[in-house]
Design a protein around this ligand. Structure first.
Ligand code: SAM
Length: 339
């Protein structure tokens, strides 16, 4: 297991399998046009498998597939089968917007996927259409139902909370989650690359969410646990658990063990990092496993990133990056890094 300069292990790898998405969420892809990664640069499944094997030897035991929308990647169950065959992976999950889940949930389960997280920001179809610029709310709900039917457990629903957009739905979403069952996690709106319309006044902080939920439900208790999961978890008086990911107002950099691989093989050590490490070049250029391992180890051991804390320290916080910069380097986009 390798550690960075702050003593943080490398345990958690998020693998983006495509930068394409079938939604256009206001907090992630608000523009009309995007620059896409060239197709011939997208890693093949065998290339992803080889990199994951190397990461496993360095301590990674959790992999999450993401995107763009990962279910848009053709033949995804083949990649899942390939990864699920690695016994060292204790957790193999996917984060999806759910639109294509109703057709794909059974084949994902069959292929050996462990867990599913569905991003769902609202229970109201008209609001969904306004927020995502697509009219597929019913498909997402069908997708969630299909996840349970396919036999998945430990399902999560991730909701980005935006003031004046969906912050009146916190309790409704928790109630909805009870029905599946799925644990709801509220994510503070983050000023990541791609969130070009971000402003602090649209962020609903963890403190405010807890205040509002306490008014609705009565006393809420923190769940005491020692994990490096990003969400702080809480228990309602009836025992229901929900989470809050407070990356904007109370970041968890000090125990961040995650890194991100883009679909074209750039490796990012922080969601806010401006530069990635090219693994595709050496991989396709004939580097041996030992050479790749040495490259990854050297970079992780030198890691100092505390991106979300650096952002918190900014006065007059404005969007991290302007559209022109994102167009010049689409790797800076949240939808390329996978969130
Ligand atoms: N398409 C998939 C999905 O919707 O889950 C996977 C990729 S998406 C980029 C991963 C997660 O990032 C989603 O839960 C999304 O809501 C979240 N996300 C994107 N932009 C965000 C932002 N500005 N602040 C907080 N979360 C964000």
């Amino acid at each position: 297991m390798i550690k960075d300069t702050q003593g943080r292990f490398l345990r958690n790898l998020r693998v983006s399998v495509t930068d394409r998405c079938n939604l256009r969420c206001a907090y992630c892809m608000p523009e009309e046009e995007y620059v896409w990664l060239p197709r011939d640069e997208i890693l093949h499944f065998e290339e992803i498998g080889r990199l994951v094997d190397i990461f496993i030897t360095l301590g990674v035991d959790k992999v999450r597939l993401t995107g763009g929308e990962p279910l848009l990647r053709r033949d995804l169950p083949r990649l899942i089968r390939l990864l699920a065959a690695k016994p060292a992976l204790r957790d193999l999950a996917i984060t999806s917007n759910g639109v294509l889940l109703s057709e794909q949930a059974p084949s994902l389960k069959d292929a050996g996927l462990h867990r599913v997280t569905v991003s769902l920001d609202t229970l109201r179809p008209a609001r969904f259409a306004a927020l995502t610029r697509r009219d597929t709310h019913a498909q997402v709900l069908e997708g969630l139902a299909a996840v349970a039917r396919a036999g998945f457990t430990d399902t999560k629903i991730d909701t980005v909370v935006m003031r004046g957009v969906n912050d009146d739905e916190l309790a409704d979403l928790i109630e909805f989650g009870k029905g599946f069952p799925a644990e709801v996690r509220f994510i503070e709106y983050m000023d990541v690359g791609g969130a070009t319309r971000w402003s602090m006044d649209k962020v609903v902080s963890r403190t405010e969410m807890l205040d509002r939920l306490t008014q609705h439900y009565g006393p809420i208790e923190p769940v005491v646990e020692t994990t490096t999961a990003p969400a702080d978890r809480y228990r309602l008086p009836d025992g229901t658990i929900f989470g809050i990911i407070s990356s904007t107002t109370a970041p968890f950099c000090s125990d961040c063990d995650r890194s991100r691989l883009t679909a074209d093989g750039l490796w990012y050590l922080c969601l806010y990092a401006q530069k990635g490490i090219d693994l595709r070049g050496p991989l396709r250029g004939g580097a041996s496993d030992d050479e790749l391992r040495a490259l990854i180890t050297g970079r992780w051991e030198a890691r100092t990133d505390r991106g979300a804390e650096d952002r918190l320290a900014q006065r007059d916080r404005t969007p991290l990056l302007q559209v022109e910069r994102l167009k010049r380097d689409p790797h800076l986009e949240m939808h390329t890094r996978g969130g």
